[in-house]
Design a protein around this ligand. Structure first.
Ligand code: P53
Length: 480
């Protein structure tokens, strides 16, 4: 029996927080940046149809408000923001690169130096405070030029453009960044295909076939990235990223249990390929039934097999619930993942069902399935904050959510023996919601003065949770 199972959080555990370029940078056309998918996604009632690829909006118009254009203006505030993260004692900071900042059109032959320099400055700023950057290569982000010219991830050519991006960034940042994620929430492609993969559907086409072909391209691109990364720096650690959460059966009826297993497989599918290196049989059978014939190249199978990820990262906010009985209709609102209302759980103001034990369940499921180290790269509570005149928010609800989830993590580590490298809470500084486009749905330890309509001073201030999390990090999770 090995004795090396940690008793609590292991030494060197990577505490931190997470953001994404598309939700915090702003400066959407500054520094020669090209237009990205998120820049044409409006707030308001048209948002969901656009995110799903059902409403075609390839340009901005004057009728809509586009929250990404300024977002929280991290583009001009990053020094101040990273200093605040440093003050909290962050060990790691997850951020994503805006592809169109580096290759404004996506198919350019030379990268945009101003964009590369911007991320150099950010990494230098992090390293100054002893913060290890954790970089998502693409987080809901495709240069619009590639959407317009080749239909984004529908096209195999995307693999080459992605490869070009990876060559450039891995070489440029090889001494500053060690941890990389290839695609944020890769399974989001099935649920919100425009934001997940730049897909816009034509009338009458087989949407499932388009989505799985795009998925194949992303999976191949991810394997190529892993290969290039390990060649450029063998110390690099490459992870996949899943929007995770187990799907519970509504009752103990075997039909419900079966349905929940099928639902989970929809999502595991991606990680099965990225981590085990091959298409699972259940997926091959599903393609047969749906009459989907994936276009593959000769090299693909071997490439997938030989370039699996080093670790499994995931987001977790809420558990899911399903029933095989079509008469059970109590659906919750406000999430890309359709789920039934669980009578045992309370929900957030946006209907996301709070389930800390569900995090431990998810960690164990993933660890059992893949036997690779895990990294929780998103978790948190989106809530309405009411600041006082100094911008201070008494966010006990957020502290309580995080405390319970951290306890569940600790149980998974110390009781179940799950290997966990780190934890980055989502939206450590308030940012634009991906799902709703609102500012009002806040996750941060740091309040940003800005409202849903784009008004506000952008002033940053510390919430109560800021001081609480600082203590958590200081004591390596012992004082919660
Ligand atoms: P928001 C649901 C809908 C959209 C994106 O979500 C999502 C999810 C939840 O899995 O994924 C992640 O902002 C995503 C982040 C996002 C975060 O969840 O709708 O990786 O970009 O902001 C939270 O509250």
């Amino acid at each position: 029996m090995s004795n090396d199972i940690a008793k609590g959080f292991p030494k060197g555990f990577l505490w931190g927080g997470a953001t994404a370029a598309n939700q915090c940078e702003g400066g959407y056309l500054e520094g020669n940046k090209g237009l990205s998918t998120v820049d044409v996604v409006p707030a308001g009632k048209d948002r969901f149809p656009v995110l799903k690829g059902e409403m075609k909006m390839l340009e901005c118009d004057s009728e809509h408000f586009y929250p990404s254009h300024e977002a929280i203006d991290f583009y001009h505030h990053y020094k101040e923001d990273i200093a605040l993260l440093g003050e909290m004692g962050f060990k790691t900071f997850r951020l994503s690169l805006s592809w169109a900042r580096i290759f404004p059109n996506g198919d350019d032959t030379e990268p945009n130096e101003e964009g590369l320099k911007f991320y150099d400055d950010i990494f230098d700023e992090c390293l100054k405070y002893g913060i290890e950057p954790l970089v998502t290569i693409t987080h809901f982000d495709v240069p619009m030029h590639l959407v317009k010219t080749i239909g984004s991830w529908r096209s195999r050519k995307m693999v080459d453009y992605y490869e070009r991006l990876c060559e450039v960034i891995f070489n440029r940042y090889k001494d500053k960044v060690k941890y990389w994620l290839t695609f944020n929430e890769i399974n989001m492609l099935l649920h919100l295909p425009f934001i997940g993969a730049g897909l816009v559907f034509e009338d009458g086409e087989n949407q499932e076939a388009v989505k799985y072909q795009a998925a194949h391209h992303q999976l191949v691109a991810s394997a190529k990235a892993t290969k290039i990364a390990h060649r450029i720096n063998p110390e690099f650690k490459i992870g996949c990223m899943l929007a995770a959460a187990n799907t519970y059966p509504f009752t103990c009826a075997p039909e419900d249990v079966w349905k929940s297993m099928e639902k989970d497989r929809e999502n595991y599918f991606f990680i099965d390929v990225q981590s085990r290196g091959e298409y699972p049989n259940y997926a091959k059978k599903m393609f047969e039934r749906l009459n989907i014939k994936l276009a593959m190249e000769d090299e693909d199978e071997e490439l997938l097999k030989n370039n699996t990820v080093d670790f499994i990262s995931f987001s977790y906010y809420a558990s899911r619930l399903t029933s095989a009985d079509p008469n059970v209709k109590a659906e919750t609102s406000g999430n890309a993942f359709k789920t039934l209302r669980n009578p045992h759980l309370k929900a957030s103001e946006w209907g996301w069902q709070i389930d800390p034990l569900g995090l431990r369940i998810t960690m164990n499921s993933l660890y059992d399935r893949y036997q690779k180290p895990l990294f929780i790269v998103e978790n948190g509570l989106g809530a309405v904050d009411i600041p006082d005149e100094n911008g201070y928010v008494e966010d006990d609800y957020r502290i309580e959510y995080l405390r319970k989830h951290i306890k569940a993590m600790k149980d998974a580590i110390s009781i179940d023996g799950v290997e966990l490298w780190g934890y980055t809470t989502w939206g450590c500084i308030d940012l634009v919601s991906a799902g709703t486009g609102e500012m009002k749905k806040r996750y941060g330890f740091i309040y940003v003065d800005k409202d849903n309509e784009g008004n506000g001073t952008l002033k940053r201030s510390r919430k109560k949770s800021f001081y609480w999390y600082k203590k958590v990090i200081e004591t390596n999770g012992e004082v919660l």
